[in-house]
Write a protein that binds this ligand. Sequence first.
Ligand SMILES: Cc1ncc(COP(=O)(O)O)c(C=O)c1O
Length: 389
Amino acid sequence: MFYELAVSTWGREEIEAIERVIASDRFTSGPYVAAFEEAFAAYHGRRYAVMVNSGSSANLLSVAALFFKRERPLARGDEVIVPAISWATTYHPLQQYGLKLKIVDIELDTINMDCRQLDAALSPRTRAIVGVSILGNPAALDVMRRFADQHGLYFIEDNCESMDSELAGRKAGTFGHLSTFSSFFSHHISTMEGGMVTTDDRELYELTRSLRAHGWTRDLPADSSVFEKRDDDFYEAYRFILPGYNVRPIEMSGAIGIEQLKKLPAMTTARRRNWTLFQELFAGDNRFIIQRENGKSSAFSFTLILNPEAELSRPRIMRALKEADIGYRIITGGCITRHDVIKHYDHECVGGLPNANLAHDHGFFVGNHPIELRPQIERLREVLDRAAH
Ligand SMILES: Cc1ncc(COP(=O)(O)O)c(C=O)c1O
């Protein structure tokens, strides 16, 4: 394809990392996963990181950990504030744990949650906010965290799309009580499949480790804060304290992650170079609403929403992109209330969701990669110029 949605970012280093794991003959989570977790936590200046097999699993464990934390911050029937646009598995764990979604509209320019509506979303049952930074662009994470702190709420930060972005000099993925990441193919780093939960809270860290692997005690330290280890190796080997999962990553993903993380700063710089070109070519063209940067975006991809005032036809534009061999998708899966799955959810929309619906009906994104994309972005510009009338 001339302009792909995603490309591989692996080189010799990742292949050699896989070979080292094969030579070690240990394939389940082990020392490479542990070393990657340590490096990832250090990169973000967080105390703890727990690797899992996907960003979706990271979100699932974050919600679960808040159910089992000692003071039980979350219980069935509680309300959680979420943005109207995110990936499906931002929401699914909330449904699976019997929580009610309070769905807040997005801002049309940042594509992130409109924090001016937080007060309207709050009720006596609200217990948490899920903040999502869409496609590399930091949401108002500082505002959300402050609001959460003021109202005694937990803040889960789904940073699966915005690794290495920054807000006020701080990395996204450091604002949540729990923050989650994805390292799926096409994301800022790729470990085949993969995800991470980071936190500074020791109890949440230990709960997450136990929930990751069967709900057992084996991965917890002897001086654990969540259980008391007995002096009986036989029973401790298979001792279950939580209704957990098995969402461990494989060892190869940890070994690859170590190599990918070393490349991350340079990859973000390259992504941002393309971002600057995209902004130069599209800013000022009021047929398109492009993403306004909040803080420093790690430029996952480029979004375009057709300005309704220009009365453009998205199907016509899609056809032109297809003919030009340019990949595109709806923005992060679109508005969650427009999907059939919503019938399974206890939910309430805070006001209407005009912007999320507009993005759903008139928006799309194209890829960005950590390599020079000038010819691709210029071709995109030409194609849209021809088709957008
Ligand atoms: C916002 C968001 N959350 C969660 C996920 C899930 O990550 P994964 O695909 O690794 O399960 C994604 C995936 O792209 C995402 O965009």
